[in-house]
Write a protein that binds this ligand. Structure first.
Ligand code: SAM
Length: 295
């Protein structure tokens, strides 16, 4: 059952938090010459037209990237990522970025995780994408097929991840960003990450999750917090202090196994700024805590 389409939510406050964290980890991976790989288990369609009917229907991006781009005193460590988003223009790249003559675009555009990683890849680095939704997969295929560093699979991200472990390039990151449109996603994400980490204990793994009123996020923190990795497990949450409307997201969290050095401080600086700059369902804040301390 694949009913979720990221185009309705692209660029909202939760996307921004996740993508800023992704950028921090990629920046760290680029510090060494040795190649790195990124495995994105739930890739989406690659990039989003914020002028589309989908984006207009929710208008969520106005309270996310829209607010951040006009916000004051953005932290310096966020600047590179913000510049990438401001510069991002698939139309200028035409067919290379999968722009089709048959489609109409309005802009502005927002890069999803595949095109955030793509920007940071060097010649020897690799990006593996999984996307199960037939139409999202097809769109993504046209957008990445010309880049030999990127490999797209139409397969289940939870199973695919474990089957690919350990990757041939042993430095890198797994991003798991499920849509949580079915309740089983929570358990499947936790099991998949546990099994993948068993086979690749030195990899960095980042799981995104929504904070709703149902409390499933607490189960997730418990499961991932049971992964006793030497590099630790960090939890970073950006959330409104009180619940939003029933069934609506109050906030979003990231669970990061083996985060890079100082990631905890950097994401807290960024998240605290996002908490006061973006439109959350109510006044909110950012918290970071180590579920498993780094040794
Ligand atoms: N990671 C993307 C980004 O940051 O731009 C957004 C991904 S969106 C939140 C989740 C995606 O996962 C959707 O496009 C959905 O079709 C896809 N999906 C859902 N279940 C999946 C599964 N079991 N395996 C792979 N992809 C799946």
């Amino acid at each position: 059952m694949l009913s979720y389409l990221h185009g309705y939510h692209a660029g909202n406050f939760a996307d921004l938090h996740k993508h800023a964290a992704l950028w921090l980890i990629l920046t760290h991976l680029r510090k060494k010459k040795k190649p790195f790989c990124v495995i994105d288990t739930h890739a989406g369609s690659g990039w989003y037209d914020l002028g589309s009917d989908q984006a207009a229907k929710t208008g969520e991006w106005h309270g996310g990237i829209g607010a951040a781009q006009t916000g004051k005193n953005a932290p310096e460590i966020l600047q590179d990522y913000m510049d990438h988003v401001s510069r991002f223009d698939p139309i200028a790249h035409g067919r290379e970025y999968g722009v089709r003559d048959t489609d109409e675009y309005a802009g502005p555009f927002y890069p999803g995780s595949p095109f955030i990683v793509r920007e940071m890849l060097r010649d020897e680095d690799e990006l593996v994408l999984m996307e199960l939704h037939p139409r999202e997969n097809e769109t993504l295929y046209h957008r990445v097929k010309r880049d030999p560093r990127i490999h797209l699979h139409k397969r289940d991200g939870y199973e695919g991840l474990v089957a690919m472990m350990p990757p041939a390039i042993r430095r890198g990151l797994v991003l798991m960003d499920p849509s949580y449109d079915v309740k089983q996603d929570y358990q499947r994400a936790a099991n998949s990450l546990q099994n993948a980490w068993d086979k690749w204990p030195t990899g960095t793994f980042m799981l995104w999750y929504p904070i709703l009123e149902d409390g499933f996020d607490a189960d997730l923190r418990k499961s991932i917090g049971a992964i006793k990795s030497q590099g630790g497990v960090l939890c970073a949450e950006l959330a409104a202090d009180h619940g939003g409307a029933k069934g609506r997201m109050r906030g979003a969290g990231l669970l990061v196994i083996n985060p890079p050095w100082q990631f905890d401080q950097d994401i807290d600086v960024i998240g605290s700024w996002l908490a006061k700059t973006c439109k959350l369902p109510g006044p909110g804040h950012h918290t970071t805590s180590w579920l498993v301390p780094a040794e």
